[in-house]
Design a protein around this ligand. Sequence first.
Ligand code: NI
Length: 135
Amino acid sequence: MKVKVSRKAHFNAAHRLFRPEWDDAKNLAVFGKCSNPKYHGHNYDLVVSVTGAIDITTGFVIDLKVLKDLIRSEIEDPFDHKNLNEEVAEFAELNPTTENIAVVIWQKLRPNIDPEHELEVVLYETPRNFLTYSG
Ligand code: NI
C-alpha cells in the first residue's frame, strides 16, 4: 500500500529566457515577453509529492515537517526573491524555463528523499500554466 504525501510551497523570482547568441528580436520571437532584457518576475507555486509505504512505527510516509524544512532550505531560501539567471548557479548557463526549474528542483530534492520513495514536482509559473516532473 502506497500513499502520496504532498506539500505546497511558493517563491517569487525574476528571470529572462534568452539565447545569448541571438539578438533581441529573435529572442522576442521565440520566448515572447519572457525574453525581456530587463527581466520580470513570476509567482511560482510548487507542489512536492513523496509516494511510499506507510512506516509501521511512525504511521508516516514522510514527516511533513521534514519535507517542509527540506523545501525551505533547498528551494525557497536559494530561489525566493532572486534573479534566477544571475543569482542561482544552476541557471548560469541554463535557460530558467518552467521545465528547467522543475528539473533543477527535483534534482536538488532527490538526494534528500528516501531512495525507496517516489518524488514528484509540480511547478506553476502562473495559475494556468504548470508542469510535472518525476524523474
Ligand atoms: Ni517569464
